[in-house]
Design a protein around this ligand. Structure first.
Ligand SMILES: *Cc1c(COP(=O)(O)O)cnc(C)c1O
Length: 434
């Protein structure tokens, strides 16, 4: 490989970190379906274990040798090296699910007595872990909303009476399902204000919605980036996986806990993810283009009250500046409020043909779901309302199909929804219920 030329990540997804000469010349990495690895000599085994257990530091250019597939495996390592390229991260740890990535990070960087500040809403599984598991080990958590200013957030922290115990800020942006944006560098500022000589407050960002292509939180001050690799990275609705990225010191701690929780990804899943990464950019770009076209169509449809899509933000929107700073694309997730309520939303969902009615997101096929009764069913009604998760809200994950077919499907499904369009009053309530 030429040293003078810097390849883009998408050019390296087919080859980076894999040496064909170590695998009979195979152009693709085989699946290393093995639990354990043979040492050449006893001395070599001893040297590998010294590194694995941190008994000595690495010699220059020394790499951790292969020992046992819970600690490392070629498919896992090649995948981790390739994921680093998108986020310009020093290191990466891949997990058997997004939730195992998230729970391992929270367990490693929080201890009894600590306070966690998190953006609300976070993914349902994350919310459950924060509220139903962390209290059992003496960790308190307090949430803030996308609309909160720096002063609002500082007030929320003060009111807990233990702001000095703040150990981590955990955020998810854009918020699911309403696409509200949270400012990563603002959260970094807040984290820094609570650093002391004894501790630094870690900033962790769940980047599942916009990464690894369109947002790079490490460049904006985050310490830890987390993915559900089940979504865009996997991209085919055929596996569950997660990833954590950050500097070497942070990932060393994450990998050490992973070794003892045993929640690393299997060689087979890593191999599937390597295959997925080869088409990551073309998939995500096509998904975004399709989403952009559909969002415009929805925005002009009389049976649609409001569309939540970053591509529709205008320059005078309060979020616009942060949007431009944080993202290079509006993404491929759309939610919209249909005129009506649950009944009309369900009529629409039941009529879809090309779209599959399923939760999850980021895959090649388009998916649709009803947040209020599905992904966010567990959120209490008052909080749900505050978050904008209304009964007429539908969430769409846009796939790689033809944009024409996607729009056709949405249009024919909207056609059967029983509302009478009132064209004279288009800007207020675009349609009225029958
Ligand atoms: C799906 C998802 C998760 C959980 O990931 P799994 O792979 O299902 O464990 C976490 N965060 C976000 C934003 C998600 O969409």
């Amino acid at each position: 490989m030429s040293k003078a030329h810097q390849y883009a990540p998408e050019s390296l997804m087919m080859s980076f970190g894999y040496k064909p000469e170590l695998s009979e010349g195979a152009v693709k990495a085989p699946i290393f379906q093995t639990s354990t690895f043979v040492f050449k000599t006893a001395e070599e085994g001893k040297a590998f274990f010294e590194l694995a257990y941190g008994l000595r530091s690495k010699d220059q250019d020394e790499e951790l040798g292969l020992i046992y597939s819970r600690i490392n495996n070629p498919n896992l390592e090649i995948l981790e090296n390739r994921l680093c390229l998108w986020d310009k991260a020093e290191d990466c740890a891949v997990f058997e699910s997004g939730m195992s990535a998230i729970s391992t990070v929270l367990l490693e960087f929080l201890k009894p007595g600590d306070l966690l500040l998190y953006s609300s809403p976070v993914y349902g599984g994350t919310d459950h872990f924060i509220h139903h598991f962390l209290p059992k080990i003496g960790i308190d958590a307090v949430g803030f909303n996308a609309n909160d200013s720096k002063k609002d957030i500082l007030d929320i922290l003060e009111k807990t009476g233990k702001a000095d115990k703040l150990a981590m800020i955990y955020m998810e942006t854009p918020a699911n399902p309403t696409n509200q944006i949270i400012d990563i560098s603002l959260c970094k500022e807040i984290a820094n204000e609570f650093d002391t000589a004894e501790k630094t407050v870690k900033l962790a960002v769940d980047n599942t919605y916009m990464g690894p292509l369109w947002s790079h939180p490490l460049q904006l001050g985050a310490d830890i980036v987390i993915y559900s690799a089940t979504k865009y990275i996997g991209g085919h609705s055929d596996l569950i996986a997660g990833a954590v990225l950050g500097n070497q010191e942070i990932i060393k701690r994450v990998k050490t806990l992973r070794t003892f929780l045993g929640n690393m990804s299997s060689p087979n899943t890593c191999w599937l993810l390597l295959r997925s990464l080869e088409t990551l950019k073309v998939r995500m770009e096509q998904q975004m283009k399709n989403a952009r076209e559909l969002a415009v169509f929805l925005d002009n449809h009389p049976k649609v009250q409001k569309v939540h899509y970053l591509g529709l933000l205008t320059e005078n929107d309060p979020s616009y500046e942060v949007y431009k700073k944080q993202y290079t694309s509006p993404g491929a997730m759309i939610s919209f409020e249909i005129v009506g309520s649950e009944k009309e939303a369900f009529q629409f969902l039941n009529q879809l043909n090309l779209f599959k009615l399923a939760v999850s997101l980021g895959s090649t096929e388009s998916l649709a779901q009803h947040p209020a009764t599905m992904t966010h069913a567990g959120v209490d009604p008052v909080h749900k309302k505050a978050l904008g998760i209304t009964s007429n809200l539908v969430r769409l994950s846009i796939g790689v199909e033809s944009a024409n077919d996607i729009i056709w499907d949405v249009e024919q499904a909207l056609d059967v929804v029983n509302v009478t369009v009132c064209t004279t009053n288009k800007n207020e309530n675009k349609a009225i219920l029958l």
